[in-house]
Design a protein around this ligand. Structure first.
Ligand SMILES: Nc1ncnc2c1ncn2[C@@H]1O[C@H](COP(=O)(O)OP(=O)(O)OP(=O)(O)O)[C@@H](O)[C@H]1O
Length: 298
């Protein structure tokens, strides 16, 4: 994910479908996350980048959706929109029934680079969202040595990091740091989990181990998850629905539910149905890449 975000273009007016309701009552209830005719353009003339073409996407509460597609097609851009980090150039983004950010939603995020604060222990890094995010932050001082500490220890144990809470980030391997990063993304019980290639930098064995941990965490906590990945096996192992994007400016060109029983196993990913599914996704992406427009879009 790029760090700098420069959205361009007029900010959308209030959507016609959004009628003001009582403050606590969500009014766009069809789905938990929704993109409606959303576009994103970065930069300013003459360096304009049309990242996202008009895109519609609906995600039900508690679902696990994977976004796949050619490099640079706008996957992370969608994640940023849903996380409220980036505003749409046109169209609308709804989360929990309201325009994004209008409704306080606890969001957990994990990226390819875990970016832990080096001067803090793993425990304190994982505890960070409890210090920042309401309603936890009001109780942080009182509970950080008791209830919150127990919560972190339980999560660390669940991902195989029991006993590592006192270590500093530099004392852990890449795979261990990514486990800790998943704990940090989940410690405040997020309703929405945004994952941007969180296992991308890991070796295959560690990655597969973390798929299993991620699946278990989703089964027990059921947050709504949006996962960006280049790994089609990973998408199939973890997600209930896989959306394929076109080359930039991206839009969703294929959107299929992938029904396989839970918990899924690695062995399942070598079964003929699974292999056929990933092969189909691969073909769609190869096709999308060859349809890629010229570097500068008008
Ligand atoms: N802040 C920015 N300013 C200008 N262009 C940007 C910015 N952020 C992203 N882009 C461009 O927008 C397009 C979409 O970027 P995005 O990061 O969403 O793609 P992606 O599908 O996640 O890519 P990848 O799979 O390679 O991580 C890319 O061409 C990228 O170079």
């Amino acid at each position: 994910m790029s760090a700098t975000v420069v959205p361009l273009g007029p900010q959308p007016a209030a959507p016609p479908s959004l009628v003001e309701g009582p403050a606590a009552e969500p009014i766009h209830l069809d789905s938990y996350v929704e993109l409606e005719r959303t576009t994103v353009t970065y930069g300013r003339t003459p360096n304009v980048v049309h990242a996202l073409a008009e895109t519609n996407l609906r995600i039900a509460k508690g679902d696990f959706v994977a976004l796949v597609g050619p490099s640079g097609c706008g996957k992370s851009t969608i994640l940023k929109l849903v996380g409220g980090i980036l505003r749409a150039s046109s169209g609308y983004v709804y989360v929990a029934g309201r325009e994004v950010e209008a409704e306080p939603v606890r969001i957990g995020m994990a990226f390819q680079n875990p970016t832990m604060l080096p001067w803090l222990t793993i425990r304190d890094n994982v505890m960070m969202p409890l210090k920042i995010v309401p309603p936890f932050r009001a109780e942080y001082r009182r509970k950080r040595k008791g209830e919150f500490r127990d919560r972190v220890e339980a999560l660390l144990a669940q991902v195989g990091l029991k006993g590592f809470g006192d270590k500093h980030p530099w004392q852990l391997s890449g795979g261990m740091l990514q486990r800790a990063s998943l704990c940090r993304a989940l410690v405040h019980d997020p309703q929405l989990l945004l994952l941007d290639e969180p296992f991308g930098a890991l070796d295959q064995f560690t990655r597969e181990e973390l798929w299993s941990i991620m699946q278990q965490l989703w089964i027990t906590r059921r947050p709504t998850v949006l996962l960006v990945t280049h790994d089609l096996r990973e998408a199939g192992y973890l997600a209930n629905r896989i959306c394929v994007m076109s080359a930039r400016p991206g839009r969703i060109i294929d959107d299929k539910v992938f029904e396989a029983p839970r918990p899924r196993t690695l062995a399942m990913t070598y079964e003929p149905d699974f292999v056929a599914m990933t092969q189909r996704l691969r073909e769609l992406i190869v096709e999308a890449r060859t349809d890629e427009p010229a570097e500068t879009t008008p």
